[in-house]
Design a protein around this ligand. Structure first.
Ligand code: VGL
Ligand code: ZN
Length: 208
């Protein structure tokens, strides 16, 4: 089985959202084309899904500003603007994303005491989500990953896919993804490549 994993293509990470990724909305038509091309057996999406008092929010740390470095449960943590709060429009998928085609949605980031960039497990690696189990049960042997943001949730999801799905080939689709910081994106791509994630474009996937 070949699966597409779409990371956090939510209003909060698109222009107008609470934690906008530059050009975040530009991934939507590319991802829809990938979905509708029909080369995936399975389409899975993650959704950043925070309680209103999530500890990664600068608002929960007196005196801190968004994008400051702080701590959460004793570990270094980037403090974010409040974003993707459960059941708010900021947490909805981008309205143009073809959500009818999504077979499984993995929500993450619900524990206020730990952040969860990866769709597979919390940043402290103590608790896993159901995603690896689901993909294993579906016998996924090829997993293509894309979405927002390349330097955070996409990167950590791809690295965890390498660790937790040792039998699967893992690819990162560069033009179906955008990141927060250009230097961070460069470093993320280098790290993914070094750890065995293949870097591809949507052209490599689409039948012509
Ligand atoms: C993300 C920062 C905080 C992401 C989520 O989806 O990349 N980044 N929460
Ligand atoms: Zn978040």
């Amino acid at each position: 089985m070949k699966a597409l994993l779409i990371i956090d293509v939510q209003n909060g990470f698109c222009p107008g959202g609470n934690l906008p990724v530059p050009e975040g909305d530009k991934v939507v038509p590319v991802i829809n084309r990938l979905i509708e091309d029909g080369s995936y057996d399975l389409v899975v999406a993650s959704q950043d899904w925070h309680p209103a008092d999530h500890g990664s929010f600068a608002s929960q740390h007196p005196g801190a500003k968004p994008f400051d470095m702080g701590t959460l449960s004793g570990k270094p943590q980037v403090l974010w603007p409040d974003h993707c709060v459960q059941t708010t429009p900021d947490a909805d998928f981008h309205p143009d994303l073809n959500t009818d085609a999504i077979d499984y949605i993995q929500q993450k980031g619900e524990n206020p005491a730990v952040d969860s960039y990866s769709a597979f497990r919390d940043n402290d690696q103590a608790a896993v989500t159901g995603l690896a189990g689901y993909l294993k049960a579906q016998q996924v042997k090829e997993l293509d990953i894309c979405g927002l943001a390349t330097d955070y949730c996409v990167k950590f999801s791809a690295l965890d896919a390498r660790d937790m799905l040792p039998d699967a080939k893992v690819c990162f689709i560069e033009d179906a993804s955008r990141g927060i910081d250009p230097e961070g994106v460069k470093a993320a791509i280098a790290e993914m490549r070094e750890k065995g994630v293949a870097i591809i474009t949507s052209r490599d996937v689409l039948s012509d």
